[in-house]
Write a protein that binds this ligand. Structure first.
Ligand code: GLA
Length: 397
């Protein structure tokens, strides 16, 4: 990564201002947009996220005072753990991710006693583009660079996921952490959440573009139905196992096994399972289609995925459904769907390249006219993969 990046420059300056000494190390982790494969990653399944050029930058240095001192530019806010036993959940939301990563790393053997961290980014928190995973991954990487403590990428992803579970109250899967930690600069990454394996998925360049359109329905995963859906998916698995199907997770169930259970499982659990089982197939089919340049098929699969999330998984929102429908009907759009945790958030749209601006303008116009909302529309470009290293001029080289 080019360290002459506006976010890294700003966070280095802020570090000096906040703590009175220069940062020795810098870290960066990107946000993500998921092309397809939602609500599969806590049932061993597949997802296909792409990394973003937007993300979170962190500057770090050994602190002069015991414990952990934090500053977040976006909130103009400080936070502190004076002892390593202090309660992380009493910190402001953003600080729980940062402190959570440091505390858990320390418990797992990372040699850190005093630490100062400044955080900045060009990804809004709560925008549905995985800002929390980006904060956690950037923290983990800068901490590893500073202390020399090593973890595999999979261990880092699991640690960052544990932070969400223990300190943020979201029983999330592992897609966001894997996307942020492992996404390549171009193309998408096939996440295999059962084996914590990431495989790059390249597509012929220049044939489609992706837009992310924000619906204006903000949602916080800890307050939305996310944890309920996760619980329902576990109940669906248990009910399927009760019918004699041996599967360790819903990824291990196929359509042939599921279909005869229609009318035998409680309807709601059947529908939740049907989404996950069919979505896993759609992800793998989409990978094949994208790699082979069959964008029409990939787009159709995205649109089917939206319907499944809307009708079977019920994790969409009427306004997001409307936005997805406008997108799906627009000329030159190959497919569109809700993306991420759902219950609001964003729609991802696959568009023919010469039509991107026209489609973006049309969707903005529709949102303004019908929702009285001026949406942010993000054009996906080359991602900035996760990185950490010494700060320029830190004298550590
Ligand atoms: C959120 C979670 C992920 C994943 C998605 C839905 O982003 O953090 O683990 O479950 O929702 O696919």
């Amino acid at each position: 990564m080019n360290t002459d990046h506006p976010v890294l420059n700003a966070v280095s300056r802020q570090f000096q201002l906040s703590f009175g000494h220069p940062a020795s190390h810098l870290g960066w982790a990107p946000g993500r947009v998921n092309l397809i494969g939602d609500h599969t990653d806590y049932q061993g399944g597949f997802a296909l996220p792409m990394g973003l050029h937007l993300g979170v930058g962190i500057a770090a240095g050994v602190g002069a005072e015991p414990g952990l001192r934090l500053y977040a530019s976006s909130y103009h806010e400080t936070a502190q753990l004076t002892t390593w036993n202090s309660d992380v959940t009493r910190l402001p939301g953003w600080a729980r991710y940062v402190a959570g990563v440091v505390v858990l790393s320390r418990q797992k053997g990372c040699p850190v006693d005093t630490l100062d961290l400044a955080i900045d980014g060009d990804l809004n928190q709560g925008s549905g583009l995985s800002s929390s995973a980006a904060i956690s991954v950037a923290t983990a990487l800068v901490l590893q660079a500073l202390t020399g403590w090593q973890q595999t990428a999979a261990e880092t992803c699991l640690l960052c996921q544990e932070v969400e579970h223990r300190f943020a109250g979201v029983q999330c899967g592992i897609m966001d952490q894997m996307a942020s930690r492992l996404c390549p600069a171009s193309g998408a990454v096939l996440v295999d959440s059962r084996n914590i394996k990431a495989s790059p998925v390249r597509m012929p360049p220049g044939q489609v573009e992706f837009l992310v359109v924000e619906s204006g329905v903000s949602r916080s995963l800890s307050e939305s139905g996310y944890n309920d859906r996760r619980e329902e998916s576990a109940q669906a698995l248990a009910a399927i196992q009760d019918h004699g199907i041996e599967a360790e997770d819903l990824r291990g169930v196929n359509q042939k096994q599921l279909e005869p259970l229609l009318g035998k499982l409680p309807t709601l659990l059947y529908r939740r399972a049907r989404h996950i089982v069919t979505e896993n197939h759609r992800v793998l089919d989409t990978c094949r289609a994208l790699q082979g340049g069959d964008f029409a098929t990939a787009g159709e699969l995205m649109t089917q995925s939206h319907k499944s999330l809307r009708d079977d998984y019920e994790s969409s929102h009427p306004r997001v459904d409307q936005l997805a429908e406008w997108a799906q009907k627009a000329r030159s759009v190959l497919g569109a769907r809700i993306t991420g945790g759902g219950f609001g958030g964003n729609v991802v749209v696959m568009v023919e390249p010469d039509a991107t601006d026209r489609v973006a303008d049309k969707l903005k116009h529709d949102c303004r006219q019908h929702f009285d909302h001026d949406p942010t529309v993000l054009k996906i470009s080359t991602a900035l993969p996760a990185w950490s290293g010494e700060a320029a001029g830190s004298g550590n080289a």
